[in-house]
Design a protein around this ligand. Structure first.
Ligand code: 5GP
Ligand code: SF4
Ligand code: MG
Length: 460
């Protein structure tokens, strides 16, 4: 998911809408904004894209106020129902509170059944709602203390923006799994999942919210609280591989440059004689450029993407996903015919995309097709906010690399090594004792506890 918040701007809701539009790649299922005008909260939530949901001029005019938060949704837990659309909004004795969450809680089911036993009535099936109930029942009086009290009880990954009558609050979980950055524009302050959402409104990047940090933004300025026990951070390495937008800078690393360096490492590790490097667009482009630069094999757009189709992975059913892939890519025959092609993509999950693309390139007359993947094999599901399928659907959980090569019909297949990936991220390699990133979907090393008994498949 993507989150955005702003404090101290005359046109808060419009800026939130613009910020969310820049974060649209983080979730296309639904979106919502809540603004506050000094008297009333104005919530609006809808299924679909930000540009459609917030196009109505009368709606935007109604969403008055100098503060607002918003969310773009990509379902991980809780399903697609209207009631699961965020920001969640609740009226409390102390006043209203709106909250938007990116990530996934790993003890939401455990907490939920405890809360239900205590008489809490849940409105949605989303994991994020437990935070609202924990705030509601907290015995602390100050809203920030209530939030801290609630977050001390949850496990898992969360970046959060929250809005009260006078505060914009931002939080990252102690591991800092999901991103959150601070920006400023004139006198206003903002919070966003990625820097690309600051760029769109011409705001200046201030800094990342730190892992385990709570920032409270109010009239008097920004204050920082670190209420959680300190732990080594575990930023999601998959944000750099795929999820974030390439023009974002996260944790001081340019996503685009990281992807290019991954492509370079991939070329160093698994070079192959070929005539052209072709990216699987768009996600494979920066890595393919890096691969081409390192190998000296020319880069060309041998596959053209139709931009009016959303990310295939996010479509709900297998059937639609199949259809989606065909709608999405087409071979650019003159760039491929008779050539030995290196195809570069960011990841193989189910293997659907790779199989389609390899066969498409063969049908376009390629002499050879070599697949190179800018991540290690995805062997485990993510329980921290990225929607990977269950373990038995992951191609790399079922097959070794040779079997996968045969399955996708490629002449050769190689993935970047784990150390190669960490080198591309500027490290000497993966620190086996204290890995610098979360990489559980490639290693099964789940650093954040899986309290609800999520099946990690580690014994399979
Ligand atoms: P597959 O077709 O193998 O199931 O998925 C791989 C493709 O899905 C890649 O091209 C990758 O860019 C794309 N993809 C889109 N969303 C996601 C996601 O949330 N996780 C992963 N691992 N890949 C995704
Ligand atoms: Fe990111 Fe993978 Fe960790 Fe999920 S399991 S947070 S996708 S690195
Ligand atoms: Mg892709």
């Amino acid at each position: 998911c993507g989150i955005f918040g702003i404090h101290g701007h005359q046109e808060a809701a419009r800026h939130v809408a613009l910020g969310l539009h820049a974060l649209q790649h983080r979730g296309q299922e639904a979106c919502g904004i809540v603004s506050y005008d000094g008297d009333q909260f104005h919530p609006h939530r809808a299924v679909g894209l930000v540009g459609d949901a917030f196009a109505d001029e009368r709606l935007m005019a109604q969403m008055a106020g100098t503060m607002g938060i918003g969310h773009v949704r990509y379902a991980t837990t809780g399903g697609a129902g209207l009631r699961n659309i965020q920001p969640l909004y609740a009226d409390f004795a102390f006043g209203g509170l709106a909250i938007a969450h990116n990530g996934n809680l790993t003890n939401a089911l455990t907490l939920r059944s405890q809360l239900v036993q205590r008489g809490c009535i849940f409105q949605s099936t989303s994991d994020s709602e437990v935070i609202v109930h924990l705030i509601a029942i907290s015995l602390y009086t100050d809203v920030v203390d209530k939030l801290i009290d609630a977050l001390r009880q949850v496990h898992g990954a969360y970046s959060i923006v929250a809005l009260t009558r006078d505060k914009l609050i931002g939080v990252r979980d102690p591991w800092g799994v999901r991103p959150l950055v601070i920006g400023k524009l004139d006198g206003a302050m903002m919070l966003a999942s990625e820097t690309c959402a600051l760029d769109i409104i011409g705001a200046e990047f201030v800094r990342d919210v730190e892992p385990g940090e709570i920032v409270v933004i109010e009239q008097s300025g920004l204050r920082s609280i670190k209420p959680f026990p300190k732990t080594a951070s575990r930023f999601c390495i998959f944000e750099h591989i795929y999820f974030a937008r390439p023009d974002s800078v996260l944790e001081n690393v340019s996503v685009y440059e990281a992807r290019k360096r991954i492509g370079r490492e991939l070329a160093l590790e698994s070079i192959v004689e070929a005539d052209v490097v072709v990216p699987v667009p768009d996600s494979g482009v920066p890595a393919a450029l890096g691969f081409s630069e390192q190998s000296g094999i020319p880069f060309d757009y041998g596959i053209i993407r139709n931009h009016y189709v959303g990310r295939t992975f996010i479509e709900p059913t297998d059937q639609i996903r199949h259809l989606g892939v065909k709608l999405k890519h087409n071979a650019n025959v003159p760039m491929i015919k008779g050539k030995r092609v290196v195809l570069v993509d960011d990841s193989i999950v189910r293997g659907t995309t790779s199989t389609k693309i390899v066969n498409m390139v063969r049908e376009a007359g390629a002499a050879e097709v070599h697949m190179r993947i800018a991540s290690p094999p995805t062997t485990h599901p993510c329980f921290y906010g990225v929607d990977t399928p269950s373990r038995e659907k992951l191609l790399a959980a079922r097959m070794d690399i040779e079997e996968m090569a045969r399955f996708i019909n490629a002449d050769s297949l190689a993935f970047i090594s784990m150390d190669g990936l960490y080198r591309a991220m500027g490290e000497e390699g993966r620190n086996p004792v204290q890995p610098q990133y979360c990489d559980a979907c490639f290693t099964g090393d789940y650093a954040l506890p899986l309290t609800d008994g999520q099946v990690d498949g580690s014994d399979a």
